[in-house]
Write a protein of this length. Structure first.
Length: 314
């Protein structure tokens, strides 16, 4: 149990590291003469899904097995997150990277809401950490960056709510399915949303030199972050993974400052400190000991009876 908890915490932190780089590379890929937001999200998602499929096919094909309800859960989670990704990158194109990520960092509130509907009540310590994170996010948004586009704010909040919804959905499936299996089907479902969106509503292409490096870098962090994200959800649950995932905000702010020249205020540094405290308190959380609740919003995602060591064999 302890080893699984440590694995989940480490995976969630690694996922946060990679996710924190996403807005930096995404911002670098967009702009005048560069890729449009829809092109960026379509390329990074489809390429990451293709990479994972190739790795699984040539290494452990049995990992592709999943029961019907679990498959539907992954499709549902991928579709929800696919639409969320579209809102995220359109919102990112209207805001600077650090402010966009600060707004997106409110997704633990939405995770708590969705889990409550699924009859999974967060602990008191988790609630306290959410409050600390909320105050920290408020301080982090106190940037002297001029007028902030209201539509960018709306799009980022919608993206946060949709991202939060896909975590409890996949948490149900991850109860007895490996993280790579959930990752590949979720990414494929995301691709089925974002690629048609690009083909039907955009089809634009860079007018000058194609900025492939930020797109490929974004693909890499998407692939690695999703794999680590679902490994974290599997071992410590969606709520704890979401709170640890706020570490991506610190990463995004740091690299936005170093690579994009976006400055931070004293209040923002205080917010960073508060967010770090919220992350460190995870070590005092009690690991989950009860099996998945048979009731709630997502109770239909129940696995069939099959050997628990199925995925250990090729």
């Amino acid at each position: 149990m302890q080893n699984g908890r440590n694995t989940g915490i480490n995976a969630a932190l690694i996922s946060a590291l990679f996710l924190g780089l996403a807005p930096v590379f995404g911002k670098a890929a967009m702009g005048d003469g560069k890729f449009s937001p829809l092109a960026v999200v379509a390329l990074r998602t489809s390429l990451a899904a293709l990479l994972l499929v190739v790795l699984i096919v040539f290494s452990k094909r049995r990992t592709l097995y999943i029961y019907p309800a679990g498959f539907l859960g992954c499709v549902m989670a991928g579709a929800v997150n696919g639409f969320g990704s579209i809102f995220y990158y359109v919102g990112l194109s209207k805001l600077n990277a650090s402010v966009a990520q600060m707004l997106y960092a409110l997704y633990p509130f939405f995770v708590a809401f969705w889990l409550q509907l699924d009859r999974q009540t967060p602990s008191r310590l988790t609630g306290f950490r959410i409050v600390i994170a909320a105050i920290s996010a408020f301080l982090l948004t106190r940037a002297d960056s001029g007028k902030i586009d209201p539509w960018g704010v709306v799009f980022m909040l919608i993206a946060a709510a949709l991202y939060a919804l896909h975590l409890p959905i996949n948490q149900r499936v991850l109860y007895d399915v490996p993280a790579p299996t959930v990752t590949v089907y979720t990414l494929l479902a995301m691709s089925m949303v974002v690629v048609p969106a690009y083909l039907f509503f955009d089809r634009s292409w860079p007018t000058g030199p194609v900025p492939w490096f930020p797109v490929l870098a974004l693909t890499s962090v998407t692939f690695l972050s999703r794999l680590m994200l679902f490994l974290g959800v599997k071992h410590i649950g969606g709520m704890q993974t979401a709170l640890l995932g706020l570490g991506e905000l610190i990463v995004a702010i740091l690299f936005s400052h170093l690579l994009l020249g976006e400055s931070l205020t004293t209040l923002q540094w205080l917010g960073t400190a508060g967010l770090s405290i919220s992350l460190l308190l995870v070590w005092f959380e009690t690991p989950p000991s009860q099996p998945m609740q048979p009731h709630g919003l997502l109770s239909w995602l129940q696995p069939p009876d099959f050997p628990t060591d199925f995925y250990k064999h090729k």
